[in-house]
Design a protein. Structure first.
Length: 312
């Protein structure tokens, strides 16, 4: 038995480790395992928290699966779209893609130096990401899960741009803290909307030419999925034990109990995946970023197919 396990482990290591001599797709008909890590924002240098909180546990699990002889692909990558990257570009006097190109190698080199054994460490700016994200959106729209409507959003007249909640600062209406963000006050913990802030200021220009302005956006109609989500959600904490962390269960359970709400999945930004059929709109980063697991996997499969063809 031990000899058999040794042969299977050797085979798995040879076929599915980064830098292996032979790179093939997993054999048809065999069960495969896909291990992913969180995709950190690309707008800074990775630190110890990224290693411990994101990649180390995934690396250990992938190594264990390989040793047990499973077909295992282990992927990670950087989340490169959204307000955080656009604001970092503003701070450094660069274009967003230049920020991504600057920090992506730092992430990749750090994990390589630590011997994190990724099969691929990709980017959400890869060639497959736009097509897959837009394709998912079109399917949601054709199936009636998208609603478009106008709502008021924070706008800076001096910068001539809409502002994300976190890039509006002002005085907290609850505790009078003078550096509260548009989404919450870090002093008293109150959850806020930008329109509630007293004396709001733009985080880009530091000016006070901030107003509420209507803008058309797309919303994901989550209430239509209320019953389906409830059917798959654990009935209680005991049923979730071993599958869900207590924190994940309690937060999800609270959302379901109060009823799922429509969620806006578009933003008035320049840096992001363009929304089909909507001018000057990109997808909210928390809509497109999870799709990065799919697009980076597709990128890896495309590379493997090309390598396989070259070897034939």
């Amino acid at each position: 038995m031990s000899a058999l396990m040794s042969r299977k482990a050797s085979r798995a290591t040879k076929l599915f480790r980064l830098g292996r001599d032979l790179q093939l797709l997993p054999p048809r008909g065999e069960t495969s395992k896909l291990v992913t890590t969180a995709l950190p924002y690309v707008n800074n240098t990775p630190h110890l928290g990224n290693i411990i909180g994101c990649v180390l546990s995934g690396d250990v699990h992938a190594r264990y699966l390989r040793l047990r002889g499973h077909n295992c692909l282990f992927l990670g990558g950087t989340d490169e779209y959204g307000t955080a990257t656009e604001f970092k570009a503003h701070q450094e006097g660069m274009r967003p893609i230049e920020v991504c190109d600057k920090y992506f190698p730092e992430h990749a080199d750090t994990y390589r130096w630590l011997h994190i054994d990724f099969d691929i460490f990709g980017r959400t700016t890869n060639e497959h990401h736009h097509a897959i994200t837009q394709g998912i959106y079109r399917q949601l729209e054709s199936n009636g899960f998208i609603e478009q409507r106008e709502e008021l959003y924070t706008f800076c007249a001096a910068c001539s741009k809409f502002l994300a909640d976190r890039f509006v600062h002002g005085v907290c209406p609850k505790c009078q803290y003078d550096d509260a963000r548009g989404d919450q006050c870090d002093k008293c913990g109150a959850l806020l909307n930008p329109s509630e802030l007293l004396h709001p200021q733009c985080n880009y220009c530091k000016g006070s030419h901030v107003m509420q302005k209507p803008s058309l956006h797309a919303f994901l109609d989550l209430p239509r999925l209320q019953h389906e989500v409830m059917a798959t959600h654990p009935a209680d904490a005991e049923a979730a034990l071993g599958r869900w962390s207590p924190n994940a269960f309690n937060i999800t359970n609270a959302w379901i109990k109060q009823g799922l709400k429509q969620r806006c999945i578009t933003r008035d930004l320049k840096w992001g995946v363009p929304v089909p059929g909507m001018d000057n709109k990109v997808f909210y980063v928390w809509f497109d970023a999870p799709i990065g697991y799919i697009s980076i996997t597709q990128q890896l499969i495309a590379q493997r197919k090309q390598q396989q063809q070259q070897q034939q």
